[in-house]
Design a protein around this ligand. Structure first.
Ligand code: NDP
Length: 253
């Protein structure tokens, strides 16, 4: 057990399909953590938490809009009241609103930046108040290879995910001396509800360009999150781990 008695918050963990957040919550619970399953849609958060409790794990389901400071603060307060500390925060909540720049609505730009980037900032800020007092903690931010490669039709998403990388490095420098480690995971093409919306033509493009010649699974991302939250990663901070079957290499040649 790598996370015995650790308290972990995972945002965007309520997807009842095959979301990355849900897989991270499950993987951390299986390693002994008590997990706060936070999600925008309350029913989704409660359902995943119940599913985990049914399997004998300790889990709390919480509605939380990461783009709303009051909602984030309320979530953190509830976790502290329930369990008294926070050891791990996974900023996983994310959305896409794709479109070419000339056609992209301002509200689609704002929604993607607010959920992915501002949400990461708000959750870090709220949780850091606790972690700084504890003098320990792990923060794992969900970036994307699109934040490094860029993607036509995704300027909002790529900008948010790219910014999460420099956000991660900056925060890692700010809090390393307080015993808090901050890292990012940069997934490639992972089979979830988010990527089910992608056209068949784009899916085929990825298959041809991923050196491992297959899509990734949420569980493969979850295992890296467990590693970064565990003692095995005790001397790693400000790092970005690509979980992408080699996709990013195609842009580095
Ligand atoms: P899904 O669309 O399957 O799940 C996204 C989750 O985020 C849902 O649980 C959703 O909540 C939640 N969410 C959305 N908006 C908010 C909000 N404002 N506040 C709180 N929760 C919110 O996505 P994935 O599992 O595919 O992706 C998870 C993360 O990984 C995202 O950050 C994504 O950008 C990133 N990623 C995914 C890749 C992929 O190939 N799938 C590749 C690279 C990065 P609810 O269900 O309650 O509505």
């Amino acid at each position: 057990m790598k996370l015995t008695d650790k308290i972990a918050i995972i945002t965007g963990a309520g997807r009842d399909g095959k979301g990355i957040g849900r897989s991270i919550a499950r993987a951390m619970a299986a390693e002994g953590a008590r997990v706060a399953v936070a999600s925008r849609t309350e029913a989704n958060a409660l359902a995943v938490a119940q599913e985990l409790r049914d399997e004998g794990y300790e889990a709390l389901g919480l509605a939380c809009d990461v783009a709303d400071a009051a909602s984030v603060d309320a979530m953190v307060k509830t976790v502290i009241e329930a369990w008294g500390r926070i050891d791990v925060l996974v900023n996983n909540a994310g959305i896409t609103r794709d479109g070419l720049v000339l056609r992209m609505k301002e509200e689609d730009w704002d929604a993607v930046i607010d959920t992915n980037l501002k949400g990461t900032f708000l959750c870090c800020k709220a949780v850091l108040r606790v972690m700084v007092r504890q003098k320990s903690g792990r923060i794992i931010n969900m970036s994307s290879v699109m934040g490094q490669m860029g993607a036509a039709g995704q300027v909002n998403y790529s900008a948010a995910k790219g910014a999460i990388i420099t956000f991660t490095r900056s925060l890692a420098k700010e809090v390393a001396s307080r015993g808090i480690l901050v890292n990012a995971i940069s997934p490639g093409f992972i089979e979830t509800v988010m990527t089910q919306e992608v056209s068949e033509e784009v899916r085929q493009w990825y298959l041809q360009h991923i050196p491992q010649q297959r899509y990734g699974s949420p569980e493969e991302v979850a295992r890296v999150a467990v590693f970064l939250a565990s003692d095995d990663a005790s001397y790693i901070t400000g790092h970005v781990i690509n979980v992408d079957g080699g996709l990013i290499m195609q842009t580095l040649i």
